[in-house]
Ligand binder design. Sequence first.
Ligand SMILES: [Zn+2]
Ligand SMILES: [Zn+2]
Ligand SMILES: [Zn+2]
Ligand SMILES: [Zn+2]
Ligand SMILES: [Zn+2]
Ligand SMILES: [Zn+2]
Length: 549
Amino acid sequence: MGSSTLSLNCPVCGVAASQACTRCKLVRYCDREHQKQHWPQHKRCCRPFREEQDPQLGRYLVATQDIAANQIIFVEPPLVVGPKWYLSEAEKEAPIVPCVGCYTPCRVGKHQCRSCHWPVCSPACTHEALECSVLSLGPAPAGRADARSLNDYFRGDALLVLKCLLLQRQNPEKWAALLEMQSHEEERQGTELHEEAEKRVVSYLDKRFLRRLRQTKPNLLEESGTQLLHRLCGIIETNYMVIELPTGVELSGLFRQACMMEHACQPNCYFQFDTISQQIAVRAGGNLRKGDHLQITYTNILWGTQMRQHHLRMTKHFTCHCPRCTDPTEYGSYVSALACLGDVNQTCSGTHLPVDPVEEDTQWKCNTCPMIVDAAYVSELQTHMTDQVEGMLAGCPRANEVELLLARLSQMLHPNHFHMFNLKHTLIQLYGNEAGLELASLSSGQLERKLRLCNELYDVCRRLDPYSIKLAIYVTVILIEIAHALEEQARRAPAEGASLLEQAQARLKEAQEVMVKEHDSVAGKKLSDKLQREIFDCEKLVLTLAYNK
Ligand SMILES: [Zn+2]
Ligand SMILES: [Zn+2]
Ligand SMILES: [Zn+2]
Ligand SMILES: [Zn+2]
Ligand SMILES: [Zn+2]
Ligand SMILES: [Zn+2]
């Protein structure tokens, strides 16, 4: 998030200033006089929201005035920042892990903290003293172990819970704020989540560290029982935010205010994390109106409603009733819609949509004929297709293979269905890049298909995420491919070249604006670099075509 976020200079006289506005802490002044002088201007963006409470939503945040796109709404330090809460199977055996002190990626087993033996990036790197002393109580890992067993020995998810637990000693104020957060303890009882937490975190922490801690330093923590540990697991699960560092390391963070933001399947806010201060800055995704709820998304917005609902119910214990979830067409995107198969006597070109999308066992009705299918059929179909699509995409398929699967799935799915979306998003990158399918070798039909697919995908992205908060990378890839296709058309038809290239340049410029939200991530950085080269290449082409005229 860099230096642009918080100015260190007085906005009135430009002199280095030290007195922060106590209300928002986002501006600093050299003295009271200049602060007063600036207030008529500053009050338009000073803490432009308030907390509200509602029996259904719990606590949430509401804009108290209009907020411009990308404006910082608030900045806040974390209650806790720690390792990733869910490791993928690959991560569980990865030899590179984040340093326990500074989260720099390091080789597990290379350097270790002298006291607790947890992995650090260099012998000089240290971590928080109390945490280290508790970790030191654990037994040492067996002599020579492989990465998987070492990772299983030094469990980041458990460390995140320990970091929460130690707040009761380190920072009673943060501890109180943490315990005010929702944990959904009762709903978790007897679920897989609870069982998993018991195995991976609670009994691990209790057996290895906390029992010994209670024996050796009985007064250090007032409370450290397993019930409290389960409650902390629930609090993390319900509230944690994913923080991606520029190194690619993913962390989990708990923030008092940011975690109050409501979930919606179309977010209007996004956040950036400052690695050095560990503060989070929440920004407006688009222009917000007074009275708008501040919303972020806790699930994958490219999934259809059934999958998002399932995920939210399993991990966050609520049913989402946002406008997207209650709209069977999902803002006209049709990303869950199925193609009607008709009946034995007659084929049908209609579309099946859920009658009551937020109900797990909703019926799906055709919008043209009387056909109805049930939820079990749809979910079986979805699972079967997920396997096929993921299986294919994992294997670096060729364009003709993707086309074949698309053709097969199109008999059962709406052209915008999220499985179709994924396949098409892969396809637009193959046309023009695959060996034998370079831009210059595409037939004009293929080139038009590429462009048509791009436009379809772009339309879906705009409907689902008009501010490009979650889909910035997807949208940028699409815009670059649109530019490629337009450039190739310009090369082939020099007469219309100028206007085609003008369009291409406009799309690349649009991509640049979209990428503002993704500057911090690894994938974002890479794509931004690529985008710069694309813009340069496009300019070169404009000059070349003008010269050859
Ligand atoms: Zn001043
Ligand atoms: Zn202020
Ligand atoms: Zn380190
Ligand atoms: Zn240590
Ligand atoms: Zn929703
Ligand atoms: Zn039908």
